[in-house]
Design a protein around this ligand. Structure first.
Ligand SMILES: Cc1cc2nc3c(=O)[nH]c(=O)nc-3n(C[C@H](O)[C@H](O)[C@H](O)COP(=O)(O)OP(=O)(O)OC[C@H]3O[C@@H](n4cnc5c(N)ncnc54)[C@H](O)[C@@H]3O)c2cc1C
Length: 202
């Protein structure tokens, strides 16, 4: 099980602290497991100071025959569970790139990095939009942030009771769909109708 804290709130290696957080942060079952289950090892802590992306697609000069993938391209707040999906999608980009025809052995893999950029942008958008809302973060806020946040909150609230929106949001947060899918008219209007008028199906 994973517990997380931000800013000055640091989960420790102390088992009592871990158990208390499992109780506080999750449904009862998780607290029960942490309290009564057998610990297979000690509590391990991990500190991630930042989300980081390396924009290889912007480089004019690149070594030939060399690519980067996974966390070496972009690493995110682990709480959102995007890292392995991103790395897998980078592997798909590489597969597509390699299958797309013969490559000059002395040429940089610009086309590969152009595809990876789409994956990184999508994951980055989801992850940083959530992180920037944390109380101890004070920007910089991207252009249009207030509108995006307003709509995001509306969509999230509506998705708590509407199975259709819940499924669509879930497909984006698990990276099965691109975040742009949430701005399709059908989703926009459904979220507005349910979020503003309060109508929802269980
Ligand atoms: C606490 C935590 C929880 C996470 N939870 C999730 C989650 O729930 N879902 C999710 O999708 N992602 C999660 N992630 C992110 C995910 O683990 C990473 O995004 C993913 O493992 C990145 O894969 P990678 O292959 O790029 O790098 P890694 O998995 O880090 O693999 C790199 C490998 O290279 C090896 N290596 C390093 N240097 C050298 C060297 N010089 N020579 C040879 N080998 C070397 C390392 O030992 C390692 O085995 C989490 C991360 C953390 C820290």
């Amino acid at each position: 099980m994973l517990v997380a804290g931000y800013d000055g709130d640091r989960p420790s290696r102390d088992v009592a602290d871990f158990t208390a957080r499992c109780r506080e942060h999750y449904p009862q079952m998780f607290g029960d497991i942490a309290e009564h289950g057998e610990m297979l090892g000690g509590v391990v802590t991990y500190h991630q100071a930042d989300s980081r992306r390396r924009d290889f697609h912007k480089l004019d000069r690149l070594p030939a025959g060399l690519v980067a993938a996974g966390d070496a391209v972009a690493s995110f707040n682990p709480v959102y569970g995007q890292g392995m999906t991103s790395a897998t999608l980078h592997a798909s980009c590489l597969s597509k790139y390699l299958r797309s025809g013969p490559k000059p052995h002395d040429g940089p893999a610009h086309a590969y990095f152009d595809q990876v950029r789409v994956v990184v942008d999508a994951a980055w958008q989801i992850s940083t939009t959530a992180d920037i809302e944390l109380p101890h973060v004070d920007g910089p806020y991207p252009p249009g942030y207030k509108v995006t946040k307003w709509f995001g909150d509306l969509l999230f609230r509506a998705s708590l009771t509407d199975p259709v929106l819940n499924a669509r949001l879930g497909r984006v947060t698990t990276m099965l769909d691109h975040p742009a899918a949430l701005s399709r008219p059908g989703t926009l209007f459904r979220a507005l109708r349910l979020g503003l008028l309060g109508g929802s199906r269980r």
